[in-house]
Design a binder for this molecule. Structure first.
Ligand SMILES: Nc1ncnc2c1ncn2[C@@H]1O[C@H](COP(=O)(O)OP(=O)(O)OP(=O)(O)O)[C@@H](O)[C@H]1O
Ligand SMILES: [Mg+2]
Length: 258
């Protein structure tokens, strides 16, 4: 639980397009790391490489190493399905199974793993919904469809689904971009709560959000047209937002581009 991630010399290609070049970074256990940077700079591409999601994208290729507590998740003996269980993901748009009940949504992953015991499933559902700060809002309608919840509730349902399989790491790609400000704050509170147990990496376009929720921030930037995106710097969030080492970072966080 709460494992350390070491990314070494990561290069990612989509066909012949070199989308990300030479990224190395470390994420400490029980911390939140934010990825920020302009659209197209490779934030999602790097995030997805952390749980081998590119393997389901035709033409995508990952070079380099992603170590989880010292073990390369790209190692020959490693099962990618196991990796995705250990390293969970929450997407930009809440994607619950709309007609499936709230309870069944939460335990869908466990069912896939073959868990059939009703009592165990009910316990995990409650614990995960409590963990995702949604229990009180849904405890009287667990049999109703997941699609009937509000957007913010659906996103918390997806977080509950992600934590139900007891991952070590949670990856979140702009989890609040489809949410209103109140739901956004609810998710931010939840992230702060979850980091007591998990290692979290979150992509966000919202600088205040990065500043509020993360311990360290990585700033990615576009290189010239047609060149791969790069990690400009990664440092403590407080330093990135007050006194970054690189001018490009300062220009970005203060809203000056080009
Ligand atoms: N499946 C794909 N096939 C081909 N190119 C892709 C694919 N996914 C992303 N890219 C390209 O890789 C580069 C990085 O994309 P990525 O989605 O990682 O950016 P991002 O920083 O997450 O942007 P945004 O903030 O808009 O989400 C972009 O040039 C993008 O067009
Ligand atoms: Mg993205």
């Amino acid at each position: 639980m709460a494992k350390r991630i070491d990314v070494k010399d990561l290069n990612i290609y989509y066909g012949r397009f070199h989308a990300v070049s030479d990224v190395s970074l470390t994420v400490l256990p029980r911390s939140v790391t934010a990825f920020i940077g302009p659209s197209g700079c490779g934030k999602s591409t790097v995030l997805r490489s952390l749980n081998r999601m590119h393997e389901v994208t035709p033409g995508a290729r990952v070079e380099g190493a992603v170590l989880l507590d010292g073990e390369d998740i790209y190692g020959a003996a490693i099962d990618p399905v196991g990796v995705r269980r250990t390293i969970g993901m929450v997407f930009q748009r809440p994607n619950p199974f709309p007609t499936m009940s709230i309870r069944d949504n939460v335990v869908a992953g466990l069912r896939l793993q073959g868990v059939r015991n009703k009592k165990e499933l009910a316990e995990v559902a409650e614990r995960s919904l409590r963990g995702a700060n949604l229990w009180n809002e849904v405890k009287d309608r667990l049999d109703k469809p997941g699609g009937g919840l509000s957007g913010g509730q659906q996103q918390r349902l997806c977080i509950a689904r992600a934590i139900a399989v007891s991952p070590d790491v949670l990856l979140m790609d702009e989890p609040c971009s489809a949410l209103d400000p109140i739901s956004t704050l609810a998710i931010e509170d939840l992230v702060s709560e979850l980091k007591k147990q998990y290692t979290i990496v979150i992509v966000t376009h919202n600088m205040q959000q990065a500043a509020r929720v993360s311990d360290q921030t990585a700033f990615f930037n576009l290189k010239e047209q047609g060149k791969p995106g790069n990690l400009v710097e990664i440092d403590e969030t407080e330093k990135i937002f007050s006194n970054p080492s690189q001018k490009a970072t300062e220009d970005y966080i203060s809203g000056r581009f080009g």
